[in-house]
Design a protein around this ligand. Structure first.
Ligand code: HEC
Length: 135
């Protein structure tokens, strides 16, 4: 009994540490992908100049709601909220998802790449359960 319990406890002890490492790696991958695919047009915060709207807090935000940004009519009138599912559709085929948007076509179909980018976007958004990641 004692012998089988010890490895079990060891796994329990390693669990949270492993999860933290994975989150850190996912965050780094997401950030690298953001830098490569999005950053030339998007800043994170509104204090930094960017051609596209800043993406801080984008997860859970109403589309077209950054006050000072000059959106296309299509995006402004879309009435959608940037849920993870909507962001996934946007990453996959933004102008197919929303004809008339002025964001140049981005066709990220690889679900794993989408996952990492979403992980990063969540980390820069003030959504429930996200505190540990954004700190
Ligand atoms: C070539 C420039 C460019 C690139 C690259 C780009 N975007 Fe955009 N993005 C824009 C522009 C311009 C808009 C505003 C579109 C509109 O008003 O129709 C926009 C809008 C958005 C919005 C809507 C935000 C809101 O406030 O409603 C999201 C979300 C978004 N982009 C995410 C991304 C992500 C994630 C990437 C990288 C995978 C990316 N974009 C790459 C230019 C770009």
């Amino acid at each position: 009994m004692k012998l089988t319990l010890i490895p079990f406890l060891a796994v329990l002890a390693a669990g949270p540490a492993l999860a933290d490492n994975f989150d850190e790696i996912k965050l780094q991958a997401g950030q690298a992908l953001f830098e490569k695919e999005c950053r030339r047009c998007h800043a994170v915060g509104s204090q930094d100049p960017s051609y596209g709207p800043p993406l801080e807090n984008v997860v859970g935000r109403a589309a077209g709601s950054v006050v000072d940004y000059d959106y296309s009519i299509a995006l402004e009138a879309s009435g959608i909220v940037w849920t993870p599912a909507a962001l996934r559709a946007w990453l996959e085929d933004n102008d197919g998802f929303m004809p008339g948007t002025k964001m140049r076509h981005v066709g990220i179909e690889d679900r794993t790449v989408q996952d990492f980018i979403l992980f990063y976007l969540t980390s820069i958004s003030d959504v429930a359960g996200n505190k540990a990641i954004s700190d």
